[in-house]
Design a protein around this ligand. Sequence first.
Ligand code: 5GP
Ligand code: MN
Length: 316
Amino acid sequence: MNLILTEAAEALRNAQKLVLTAHENPDGDAIGSTLGLMHVLRDMGKEVRVFIDDDIPSNFSILPGVDQIERPTEKMTADLLVVLDTAPDRIGRTGELTDAPILNIDHHISNDGEGRRLYLDAARAATCEIVYELAKELRVPFTKESAMCIYTGIATDCGFFSFANTKPFTMRAAAELMEYGVEPNIISEAMEQKTYTVVKAMSKALDTMEIFHGGQAVGLFLDEGLSAEIESTEGFIDMVRVIEGVDVALLLKCKEKDVCRASMRSKGTDVSKIATSFGGGGHIRAAGCTLNMPFAQAKATIIDAINRAMDGEQQG
Ligand code: 5GP
Ligand code: MN
């Protein structure tokens, strides 16, 4: 059931004890939206816990409240389980351990909302833009704490105001959050920080680069050995999506044996459709999926799918 913003705000207002969660492999928007909403709801006097079933990258340690994010380990009771920045299929054990009714808040066009209450606005650059709107709808003033978290999700999901999803709304929201004490340089410096080892590994990753579809697509292919060596591939795809003439960029890595993860970025081709065809999802210009097969087969499969999608777009 699709809700409108006022109904989503009403559902939050009516709950006293809430569990907030977001997707595994959490990014700035997943962490920013859960923590941002946590601050807003606590400012309303509600009892709020945040569960994310994954490690939180150290880049986020500057965010107020990040130390309160818990891993789900035992059953918990709540009036409402708020699932942010994803459909409930990517929240790990949080879903199994909470039997509260779900309120899903998302901006991914691939979220079909089947069988649950969903507030989806695919025109928003980040789930954090929706949290910003909800705070206003609930008439809860921002604080430096909530503003820092919400700003981080907005900034990271729009490539620090550079991607096509950056709208006047995005900039106005960010500007308003700055009035509450957000320092953009502090956030961006924390987000871009990498270890020496990871920067070293970038050169190894670049060595795996291959172009296909006549130079309009490019991929980095981190096999099992290289994937195990590299602790974080955050931002790796950005090194190659800038290549002249490239529309689609791909990063393929191994999570474990026979489990490969593909990340895609594009300037035009709908990569969300490609990801969805493998059970993943995302946005038109940024999407991802899991391929449960050996690395060599995953590589051939995803290259073939990208080639076919790009052929189709050129004909269409
Ligand atoms: P990334 O490549 O940065 O992991 O993800 C790009 C976008 O696609 C993000 O918005 C992310 O949430 C989404 N995405 C990545 N992997 C998956 C997946 O396996 N399933 C779904 N539904 N979305 C994904
Ligand atoms: Mn997001």
